[in-house]
Every structure is written in structure tokens, then in C-alpha cells.
Design a protein around this ligand. Structure first.
Ligand code: ADE
Length: 239
């Protein structure tokens, strides 16, 4: 997979892409990143990328020419172009999985108060990472990249994202590692029992419990069997 990022702060984006699992994904050849400085398409001696809003108002707006200049070659190379924008489609597990299927993504990061609206005519999708506004699209782009790259085959063991919170529609069950007892907190005995069937059943129940307690809204979209329902009813669920 190839991911291009367009930003006026290339260093802000490039650092994390070379670190940890992202860095390993590059070394293994599973992903290739290219970070582009939007100012290369800036206007005039100062390589300006923004200007005051028509109609007046606070803040600056990103001009269309540098954005079009950066995006058009990426589109021509076949990229699926994503504009990072708090007004975009909200990122979730399903969207991350859709984006991970694309061989080539280009993420466009804005700054300041917003973009000249004409940029929307040359992007394929607009994505938000949540209902809050950051000072720019760089951190959101990194969030999207992290969520997507870990799903690319070969980047992490596939079994570890099949059990992710949200992948099954449920939050993830609790996990433990050594030691068996820490302070006065002990690992649930079933996990030490060696009975895979019982471990799986316990994990399913704990995933249901956690989801019911923390995110009952998610249960509307999960396939529940009779054993699941019986267990949830014992917690007070009336669905
Ligand atoms: N740019 C600023 N805030 C953002 C958000 N929440 N999601 C995507 N891009 C953004």
C-alpha cells in the first residue's frame, strides 16, 4: 500500500511514520509513505498557502491553487484522495477497513480556519476523527494512517486485529499476563485452566459484559445467540 500525505508541516508527519510499527511496516515493504510539503505549491516569493476569507471573518482560509497543485498529480497516479476535515465522515473500524483495501491513499491536511471550499471538488472522501476540532489535519491523518496500516496484511498478526474492540462489534474482553497475582489482584482462574472452550466462552461473556456496561449502543448491531442473550439478561439487558 502507498500513502501520500500533503501538509505544510512535513516534519510533524514524517517522525511518527518512521517509528514503531509504522517504521517496521515500511522496512518490510508492506507500506510506502511519501510526505509532501504543500508550500512547494505555494504562491509568490513567500510560498503563501492561505488568505483572508471572502465576506470577512476571523482567521485564514487555505487557497485552492496550492491544494489543487498538490492533489492533481496524486489523483493522476491513482490515489484515493481523502481530505482531513472535522466536517467529514467519522472514522470508525469499518471505515478504517475500507481504506485499508485501497492500494493508494493520499491524505490532505489543512491548517487555519479551513479550506477554500472548491477543494472538495477534487477529493474522493472527507474524513473526521471525531467531534472536536484540532489545529490542523496532521494529527488526524496520523490517526487514520495508524488505524489503516495495522490492518494491512503482514503488518501485525491478523489474529490480533480480528479480536480488536469493534471488529466483532463488541468491546474487547479483558487480557492478563504474568504474574498470576499482583498486589492483591489475581488473574481469573479460567485463563489458567488450559480449557480452550471455557476460555473462549469466558472471553465472549466478558466482551458482552464490557460492551453492555460501557457501550450498550453497540449491542444493537451485534449478532447475539441464545447463550449471549441469557447472559446479558442476567446483567439486566432487556433486548
Ligand atoms: N482537522 C481539524 N480537526 C479535525 C478532525 N477532528 N478530524 C479531521 N480533521 C481535522
Amino acid at each position: 500500500m502507498r500513502i501520500d500525505v500533503v501538509t505544510i508541516f512535513p516534519d510533524l508527519v514524517a517522525g511518527p511514520l518512521g517509528t514503531s510499527i509504522m517504521g517496521r511496516a515500511v522496512e518490510s515493504g508492506a507500506v510506502e509513505f511519501a510526505v509532501h510539503d504543500l508550500r512547494e505549491h505555494g504562491i509568490g516569493r513567500h510560498r503563501s498557502v492561505d488568505d483572508e476569507p471572502y465576506g470577512g471573518g476571523a482567521g485564514m482560509v487555505m487557497r485552492p491553487e496550492p491544494l489543487f497543485g498538490a492533489v492533481e498529480p496524486l489523483r493522476a497516479a491513482g490515489a484515493h484522495v481523502v481530505l482531513m476535515d472535522p466536517a467529514g465522515e467519522r472514522l470508525d473500524d469499518a471505515l478504517a477497513r475500507e481504506l485499508a483495501e485501497r492500494p493508494h491513499l493520499a491524505l490532505l491536511c489543512g491548517r487555519y480556519e479551513g479550506y477554500d471550499d472548491r477543494i472538495r471538488s477534487v477529493v474522493d472522501q472527507e474524513v473526521s476523527i471525531g467531534d472536536y476540532v484540532l489545529t490542523g489535519g496532521e494529527l488526524p491523518a496520523l490517526v487514520v494512517i495508524d488505524a489503516v496500516v495495522r490492518l494491512v496484511p503482514g503488518v501485525i498478526q491478523e489474529a490480533s486485529h480480528r479480536g480488536d474492540s469493534f471488529a466483532s462489534g463488541l468491546l474487547e474482553y479483558p487480557q492478563y499476563t504474568r504474574p498470576e497475582t499482583y498486589r492483591d489482584l489475581s488473574v481469573p482462574p479460567v485463563l489458567l485452566s488450559g480449557h480452550h472452550g471455557e476460555v473462549d466462552a469466558w472471553r465472549r461473556r466478558e466482551a458482552l459484559r464490557r460492551t453492555y456496561e460501557r457501550r450498550p449502543d453497540l449491542l444493537d448491531h451485534v449478532e447475539l445467540d441464545e447463550a449471549d442473550r441469557t447472559f446479558l439478561r442476567s446483567l439486566g439487558f432487556d433486548g
